[in-house]
Design a protein around this ligand. Structure first.
Ligand SMILES: [Zn+2]
Length: 257
């Protein structure tokens, strides 16, 4: 992709994220005395299963994995995307499978075909043997798109963007914010300050990352750094929950948005 085009895409992402915030409807409240921490994975690389899920399980926790079925088995430099058997294994091991579209494009590029694409991903997950339909969604490239709001609200309880913030007080469930875990190593280990912040003023801290590998891509981190974060959240008494479990704990599942 030419650089100028990439820069333009980035600019549109920033503007649309601002737009969706203007249109945000803060219809849910994060009310919790104990900080909630969720570890989420996008795309999902196979090392998020082999390393990421195993580390969470070691600490008696589960994660949320936002799968884009169209990326199945894709081999990229330094990472391979998960197979459908891998998705099923995550599900069987008690992790949550969320949706991330099927074809993994920015939402604004779909137009009227968005519904069919989201449906295709549901079918993909169903065919993989995942019997619980995805109730949570993450925006590809964290690029929110206000015009998709109605379609998303019809299908999902929450949508996650980036935003580098803790969800507190009144929030828009279709624009949950999250904090990125990505190398370098020192930076990831330093993300414990977010957990300290959540302990001081409880809210819902959602982390997101991609691969968990000894030589991670720029979008992931090492198993050691990831375990440092999970272990810290556990040791400090945070409630480590999947996104789905967090919405239940917060009492969000009953009423319409
Ligand atoms: Zn993605």
């Amino acid at each position: 992709m030419p650089d100028a085009f990439k820069a333009m895409e980035g600019l549109i992402d920033r503007i649309s994220n601002r737009l969706i915030w203007k249109m945000a409807r803060r219809t849910r409240t994060v009310a919790t005395d104990v900080p909630i921490v969720s570890f989420t994975f996008d795309d999902v690389p196979d090392t998020a299963l082999t390393n990421g899920a195993s580390i969470l399980e070691k600490h008696d926790a589960a994660g949320t994995f936002y799968i884009a079925g169209g990326l199945e088995g894709l081999v990229e430099p330094d990472r391979r995307l998960i197979s459908r058997d891998g998705c099923l294994e995550l599900f069987r091991r008690g992790h949550e499978i969320g949706s991330h579209t099927f074809t993994h494009h920015r939402l604004r590029s779909y137009g009227k075909s968005l519904s069919a694409d989201l449906e295709r991903n549901s079918e993909y997950l169903r065919e993989a043997g995942i019997t619980r339909p995805a109730s949570n969604f993450a925006f590809p490239y964290n690029a929110a798109w206000p015009l998709a709001r109605r379609e998303l609200a019809r299908r999902y309880r929450t949508c996650r963007g980036a935003g580098e913030a803790i969800n507190r007080g009144p929030v828009d469930p279709l624009m949950l914010q999250s904090v990125e875990i990505r190398q370098p190593e020192d930076h990831v280990r330093g993300l414990t300050t977010w957990i300290d912040d959540a302990l001081k003023n409880p809210g819902w801290l959602i982390f997101f990352t991609h691969d968990i590998a000894e030589t991670p891509t720029p979008y992931g981190c090492t198993p050691g750094a990831f375990e440092h974060l999970v272990g810290y959240a556990r040791k400090r008494g945070c409630s480590i929950l999947t996104v789905e479990a967090a919405t239940r704990t917060l009492g969000w599942e009953d009423t319409a948005q």
